[in-house]
Design a protein around this ligand. Structure first.
Ligand SMILES: O=C(O)c1ccc(O)c(O)c1
Ligand SMILES: [Mg+2]
Length: 627
């Protein structure tokens, strides 16, 4: 099974696209005619350049508005096709994509279309070429792969086959089981794309919002299962029209594409083990158990402020690293490390970001299996310096170049605190914070899809739909990902004056902006935190008045929330969420404390705009920018 990607999916010119596509691992490309025309190389030179990169041209596209035209348009369309067949021969492209016509003069008619494709098939065959017919979701007469297949079936020509594109099928809500009865050898090419579930005009949606399989809301796995059930063993190609990818970095987009394709095939073989999937074996995605530790990188002269913030949040300095200047702070099941090394990875992270979360260690059922899966999906291995006495814990590169460590319940987890740290067995109740509820990572707006693909393919995880959070200075896009006991939120914006945008700039790249700690008793924790001097974020009367109205709260309960600076949300099923925010540090980093009741599964999104506005008031109390 060959892999391919349409050149339209990647930014730049062919000279920039091709090396990125080759380096990401693809076998071939769909050459978009526009990419060829914009090049000043001859067709032969372009073909040679593709092959010089170790790639093949698997498809030439698109050939538009061909079928069911009246004369003289029909003859003209055939003549146009002949010119393109000449071009394909020079390029070394064996297959042409003919997409269903949108021509206003097209007459329609299944037999008329079949006759036209047969005639085109004769022309192609005489040159040793083939063509595939694709139903565009917005085609004038043909907009459904079932009709396209009927046309191809009636054309009954060895050089004429069907091209399937997951977007056109799934985007129109067409069931995919109908694909299973198509003979696999009549399908000449398969294109894969996902898209977010945003109701809008099909053409506009397709040309601007497609994304990699697994990044959107379409059931691409189901589509691909049906395709492979036909026995199809031809090329699987990504055809992603996306505004963001068009301006993204070629290498990053190509790598994500390859990851999405591998993950899609892996999902298919797990969902339907009887299918023949041409992919090396690697371990399945597993649900994470939670966060074992988070490590801050800082400098000695900044460590005191961080230590004070941790103490005010109820943490106790419970141990020290045996060989490095790293403190262990503990509370409940939460471990926070503060690293002030003047060398090594943490120091490099501090130098590039300032005080920052340099490392996150997650607990998974089998760390070695997870690591193997990560590598199969193209994750970058993090080679950190490990000293002789310390344990080697597999690590991969995470958000903003931070380190994501993989730990399991085996030996390493049991021994990390005994071997690497002089931490005793003491329990530290602190303010009653029990574990890390979620980690909020702030990044560039174009990184959200990429990191949601990262987490969503590495782990057994369900990325939630993207939501917009209103900051007074712009919108922030946010997506939550949950895998078992691990919750991560990804936030990104191009609005530089938002809390998230400012943090992203100030930390010179993506980083953890806030940590949310869970409690089983928000009011007890709030009281204890107040005693400890935790600088809780007060919310205004307008907020609590609205809460009263919105949820029909008992006024004494609302007064209790307000007195404790607690924010509140409730879901449809009556699940409740309580949040308490700390003020943001000058660098934008902050802590949150939260309690979930009755199966509440969200993150208090309705509260976010008010919380952000309150944090900003604190940062710039006189309405002036903080800096
Ligand atoms: O948007 C289009 O016109 C277009 C062209 C070719 C394709 O394969 C496709 O899926 C869409
Ligand atoms: Mg297509």
């Amino acid at each position: 099974m060959k892999t391919s990607i349409a050149t339209v999916s990647i930014s730049g010119t062919l000279r920039e696209k091709l090396p990125a596509i080759a380096a990401a691992g693809f076998d071939g490309i769909e050459i978009f005619e526009q990419d060829f025309i914009t090049s000043d190389l001859s067709p032969r030179e372009v073909g040679q350049m593709v092959r010089d990169h170790g790639l093949i041209i698997s498809l030439f596209q698109p050939f538009r508005d061909f079928e069911t035209l009246p004369e003289p348009l029909r003859s003209r369309a055939l003549a146009r096709a002949e010119r393109k067949f000449d071009l394909m021969a020079e390029l070394g492209a064996p297959l042409m994509l003919v997409c269903s016509s949108v021509h206003p003069a097209a007459l329609g008619g299944i037999d008329r279309a079949a006759d036209d494709l047969r005639a085109l098939g004769d022309l192609a065959a005489s040159r040793g070429l083939r063509l595939g017919y694709e139903a565009l979701a917005w085609g004038r007469h043909v907009s459904d792969h079932r009709d396209a297949w009927e046309i191809v079936r009636r054309a009954d020509h060895p050089a004429v086959g069907l091209i399937l594109d997951s977007f056109h099928t799934l985007g129109r809500g067409i069931e995919t089981d109908s694909i299973r009865s198509i003979p696999g050898d009549r399908i000449f090419f398969v294109q894969l794309a996902d898209a977010p579930a945003i109701p809008m005009d099909l053409l506009y949606w397709s040309r601007h919002f497609r994304n990699m399989p697994g990044e959107g809301d379409l059931d691409v796995t189901r589509f691909l299962r049906s395709v492979l059930a036909t026995g199809y063993d031809g090329t699987l190609s990504l055809e992603i029209f996306n505004d963001q990818f068009r301006q993204g970095l070629p290498m990053g987009v190509a790598r994500d594409g390859y990851r999405s394709l591998v993950a899609a095939l892996d999902a298919v073989r797990r969902a339907e083990p009887t299918l023949a999937v041409d992919l090396p074996a690697f371990p399945p995605p597993a649900a994470a158990d939670g966060v074992e530790f988070v490590e801050f990188a800082t400098a000695p002269d900044e460590a005191a402020a961080l230590a004070a913030a941790l103490a005010q949040a109820g943490f106790t300095r419970a141990g020290h690293h045996v060989s490095k200047p790293v403190d262990l702070w503990r509370q409940g099941g939460i471990n926070i490390l503060v690293n002030t090394s003047a060398e090594g990875f943490a120091h490099a992270a501090y130098l590039s970001h300032g005080t920052t979360v340099a490392e996150i260690a997650i607990r998974v059922p089998d760390a070695a299996a997870c690591f193997t899966r990560a590598r199969a999906l193209g994750a970058q291995v993090h080679e950190a310096a490990v000293e002789a006495t310390e344990l080697t814990i597999p690590a991969i590169r995470g958000v903003g170049g931070s380190m994501l460590r993989l730990l399991d319940a085996g030996e390493n987890l049991g021994r990390i605190w005994d071997i690497d740290f002089d931490a005793g067995p003491g329990a530290f109740a602190g303010a009653g914070l029990t574990r890390i509820d979620h980690i909020a990572q702030t990044m560039g707006p174009d990184e959200i899809l990429s990191w949601s693909l990262f987490y969503g393919t590495l782990l057994d995880a369900a990325p939630a739909p993207l939501v917009d959070v209103a900051d007074p200075d712009g919108l922030v896009k946010s997506r939550a990902i949950r895998s078992g006991g691990l919750r991560v939120t990804l936030n990104g914006t191009s609005a530089h004056r938002t809390l998230a945008g400012r943090f992203h700039q100030d930390s010179f790249g993506a980083a953890v902006q806030h940590l949310a700690f869970a409690t089983d008793d928000i009011f007890a924790s709030a009281a204890r935190l107040a005693d400890l001097g935790f600088d809780a974020l007060p919310m205004g009367d307008n907020y609590y008045d609205d809460l009263l109205a919105r949820h029909g709260l008992d006024p004494t309960f609302a007064a209790r929330l307000k007195a404790a600076h607690v924010l509140y949300d409730r879901d449809e099923a009556g699940g409740e969420f309580f949040q308490l925010y700390g003020n943001a540090r000058p660098d934008g980093l902050f802590f949150e404390v939260c309690e979930r009741r009755g199966g509440y599964d969200g993150y208090g999104a309705p509260n976010a705009p008010f919380r952000i506005a309150a944090q900003k008031r604190r940062l710039r109390p006189y309405g002036m920018p903080a800096r």
